[in-house]
Structures are given as structure tokens and as C-alpha cells.
Design a protein around this ligand. Sequence first.
Ligand code: GDP
Ligand code: CA
Length: 340
Amino acid sequence: MRITVLSGGVGGARFTRGLLALLRDRLPDGRGGTTAEVTVVANTGDDMWLHGVRVCPDLDTLMYTLGGAVHEDQGWGRREESGHVSADLAAYDVGWEWFTLGDLDLATHLARTQWLREGMTLSGATERLARRWDLAGQGVRLLPMSDEPVETHVRVADADGTERLVHFEEWWVRHRAALPALGFVQVGLESAAPAPGVLDALTTADVVIVPPSNPVVSVGTILAVPGIRAALTATSAPVVGVSPIVGGAPVRGMAAECLATIGVEATAEAVARHYGRRADASRTAGDPGVLDAWLVDTVDAHAAEKLAVDGWRAAATGTLMTDVPATARIAAEALALVGL
Ligand code: GDP
Ligand code: CA
């Protein structure tokens, strides 16, 4: 079975970890892994240069989570991390005091940056980093959405009305998404192409999953890479999504602010309709739909009912990814929605 997941950072990584646990159980390879082939296409719109190194927040959250090295409570970064380098940089009054690079995390960025400087692509560097964490041994391949840099910037207005662009991470981490955002701009998008293997993973999949990731700045950015939405619209594989919005709010993070910026209500139903149903020929506004099925939380059961009336395959279940077994069950429910 070939499964392709379109992922952001924390939400997508936790979901994928649960999915892998399910597959080890259902389709064991006899060596502690699975015979299923999972390809994770990661958002790289949050990537940035910081202190001379290339930081890829979502790729690294995925790698640490699937590699068993993530800081569990935080959801990102390394466990047992220290911050000596960041503290010393601050003593020199350099850089962004609001964005801490952990010492262990920094090793990842240094290795990646060296390989990029030597001419390796981001997919090449990602594959090489993933070797250390034996992602292949677990049946999972991690791909950046694109090898070309695409950086999400946020259009904000100062008190005097002057508009400027700030990097997404500055808006998100420094301002906690509290600066009113007028829009998102993906710098570099027009000339970006899907990374090698991405379109193939969508076309040849048995199922494509949109995990509970941020629909705007994680999945939305992946879908905006030229060619990816079309591949999703055309694939013969069923496409199933899990709602990141539970009871009218994101479970964690600031997805509501992102949705408000693009004029989408923060409800499980509105997010489904924003993604759109692939078979919906009457869809006139916006881009072609990308989903067939949508799994919502039990508290949003009414949303599943309303979507079902309009032809969606929709169901409700507990969707809080409290631990790996609970998440494996959510993954099982998502697959069941499309008959797998
Ligand atoms: P980021 O790149 O680290 O922001 O991570 P993602 O884009 O992959 O995921 C962020 C989204 O995950 C947020 O909008 C949350 O609403 C959602 N999320 C986080 N934890 C859970 C959970 O336990 N259940 C569900 N349904 N959604 C979650
Ligand atoms: Ca992210």
C-alpha cells in the first residue's frame, strides 16, 4: 500500500507517527517496520536563513517526531536540548532574540547548510539527514514540497497604515500572530517546481491523506506549488482529510488567525469547503477541490452530517492526538472513510 501525506509541522508529524504505528500493526514487514510505503510531502514555506544557516521547521519537526527525538511537550525541536549557542549569540547582540536555535537542532542546520553549499538539493540534504534517524527503515520517505526556496511572508500594516512584508516565522513566533495580517505572499512560488518524487507520489498513491495541519500556511502552501493541486485533482487515489479545527478552534497554534486572513471561518465544515470536494462540478468559486472525504471531531458531528448531504464522505470521531495509540486509531478511521 502506498500512502502519501501532505504535512505541515507538529499536527502532520504527530498524525504520521500514529499512521506508521497503525501500519506496523496491520502490514508488518517482520522486522519491526511495515511493508506499506509512506511518502510525506512537507511544507517548506516556513524555511528561512538565520545566522547563516538554513532552517526548515516543518521538515525537522517531521524528522525528529518520526525519528523518536522530538521534544514531546513542545511538539518541535529536540528533547534534552540546550541553548548555549543562542545565549552566546544574544551576548553579541546578534540576530533574532525571539527565535531560539537549540544546540542539537543547530547541528541539523549546519549539516544541511554545508550540503546545500556544496550544491546538493534540499531533497538530497533531507534524505541524507533522514538516514541518521532511519526513516527508511520505518517505511517512510520525507520529501520537501519543492527544492526551490518558497518563503511565506505576511503582509502587515503599521500603526500609520504603511504596509510591509514580514517573514511568516516573525509574524508567528515573535508577534504570536497578533499583528493583523492582510494576506500571505509566497515569495518564490511562481518559479518553484515540485521536488523530485512529489508528483509521482500523488499519482501512484493508493490513498492521499491531508492530516490535521494548518490549512492555510502548511497544506495551502504545498497546494500552491505549481502542479501539485492539479496532480491531486487528477489522481485516481482517494483523498481524505482530517480536520485541524475542533469545536470552532484549532487544537493548538494560531490557525484561526490564518483562516481569518483568507476569509475562511474557523469551523470543521468551512475548512472542508475551503479545500473543496473533487467531485463537486458545481464549485465555481476558488480552485478545484482536492478532497473526497473529511473526518471531523465528535463535537463537530453536525458538520459531517451537513457535508454528507452534499455528497461528501464524512464522519465524526475523537480526533485529539493525545498519544500514539489514539492517533493510530484516528488514522484507521481516516482510511476506513475511503474503504481502506
Ligand atoms: P505546524 O507547522 O507546526 O503549525 O503544524 P501543522 O501545520 O502540521 O499543524 C498545525 C495544526 O494542527 C493546528 O492548526 C492544530 O489545529 C492542528 N492540531 C494539532 N494537534 C491536533 C490534534 O490533536 N487534533 C487535531 N484534530 N488537530 C490538531
Ligand atoms: Ca509550520
